[in-house]
Design a protein around this ligand. Sequence first.
Ligand code: AMP
Length: 132
Amino acid sequence: MPTIFTKIIRGEIPCYKVAENESHIAFLDINPVAKGHTLVVPKREIDYVFDLPDELLADTMRFAKQVAGAIDRSFNTVRTGVIVDGREVPHAHVHLVPIYKEGQSVSLKNKLSFSEQEMKQIAEAIAGEAAK
Ligand code: AMP
């Protein structure tokens, strides 16, 4: 079933895109919990991440690894954490949450606010690294 992520994939609504290939797209979460909080989304409309066919699930994590590398190189991260939640948007996706302090826990609570200009700059920085 089409969700807001399908509309983003089809280019019907905008996003702060950081990377895309034939089967996946990555864009900034609109309600970030950290600078560079990114969603990695397989283009196939499947709700539950563990309903993805094995090969697609593996591709999702491979793509997530590339994007996480780009996030880590773009900003002064300690590492990038991974969360799969899926309660809000019923289209499988992986949250990549950069960690900026040793020992910091990864959570989807405590949203931050960035201006449109800042979001654009963050996305461009990650996209530039992802394209290398
Ligand atoms: P969940 O389904 O619980 O993993 O959460 C869905 C995530 O998608 C939330 O963190 C939202 O902030 C994010 N989100 C919802 N709509 C958009 C959008 N149009 N662009 C970017 N992120 C979005």
